[in-house]
Write a protein that binds this ligand. Structure first.
Ligand SMILES: [Zn+2]
Length: 270
């Protein structure tokens, strides 16, 4: 129980840091020298008014100096990050692998918010993922059972994740004469691939495309967006990656789908 609380609290703190990154990275401001000031009255926020979730509840969601509202998204992000870290504890327990995977989910959370709002994926995060994913492959059970398997799968995942989206970008450019895939998506999935390996990264991209097209179609049907407007793909890639962590190996899932299809077909024929 103690370990769980520790992981959750660490998640809350990292969620608070995620808010700093989401606010400052798109503006090219330093994330290591955050100045905690009220966005309305510019007064300094004291440390005791900056405790994840607790301060928000104690201050009733208002700035201590000027009483202006603090957006609900800030404590919400902290809570989501805490829960994401807990879900990694559920997968990996209190092991070495917990650290890189918490970092992966933290990055995916930040990328989801920034890409959704600004349609960019910061290179710094993708490069950091490539480095951490490659270095930590030795203690990463998702990549395989032996050290040899893990190194090879991390390497293959890097090229499969980045390469497949790069191919989509090149083919898309030839057919549609415009950019269909952002460079940010390519770099992100190369980084993710080094964490989850070849099979899972391709599967994550498949899930992301499926979710993206379902949401995209519904938005077009309900006329929320016009057809040519670009939709950020990063949030779907992040969600696809997260889901693959909980699903068994891709070939097992495909077997499931085939069995279900078979059953439906048999029912329809009878
Ligand atoms: Zn204020």
């Amino acid at each position: 129980m103690f370990e769980r609380i520790l992981v959750f609290l660490f998640g809350l703190i990292m969620g608070s840091f995620a808010n700093v990154c989401i606010y400052r990275m798109p503006k090219n401001l330093s994330i290591f020298k955050p100045n905690f000031r009220c966005m309305n009255c510019n007064s300094f926020i004291k440390w005791y008014d900056n405790i994840p979730i607790i301060s928000y509840i104690l201050l009733k969601g208002k700035c201590r100096s000027c009483g202006s509202k603090i957006a609900f998204i800030y404590p919400a992000m902290e809570l989501i990050c805490g829960l994401l870290f807990l879900s990694m504890f559920y997968l990996f327990g209190f092991s070495f692998a917990l650290i890189p995977f918490c970092l992966l989910l933290f990055s995916l959370l930040v990328i989801t918010a920034i890409d959704f709002k600004f349609q960019i994926i910061p290179d710094e995060i993708s490069f950091m993922l490539m480095v951490v994913g490659s270095i930590s492959c030795f203690c990463n059970p998702v990549l395989g059972n032996t050290t040899g398997q893990r190194i090879l799968n991390s390497f293959l995942g890097f090229f499969a994740g980045g390469g497949s989206l790069f191919l989509v970008a090149v083919i898309g450019k030839l057919i549609f004469k415009k950019d269909v895939m952002g460079g940010g998506d390519i770099k992100l999935m190369a980084g993710v691939g080094s964490f989850i390996g070849c099979g899972k990264v391709l599967f994550a991209i498949f899930i992301a495309s499926l979710l993206g097209s379902i949401v995209g179609m519904s938005l077009i049907i309900f006329k929320k967006i016009i057809k040519k407007q670009e939709i950020a793909f990063g949030p779907y890639l992040a969600l696809g990656t997260y889901l693959t962590l909980f699903l068994p190996a891709p070939h097992i899932v495909i077997n499931w789908i085939m069995t279900i299809e078979e059953k439906i077909l048999v029912k329809l024929i009878n």
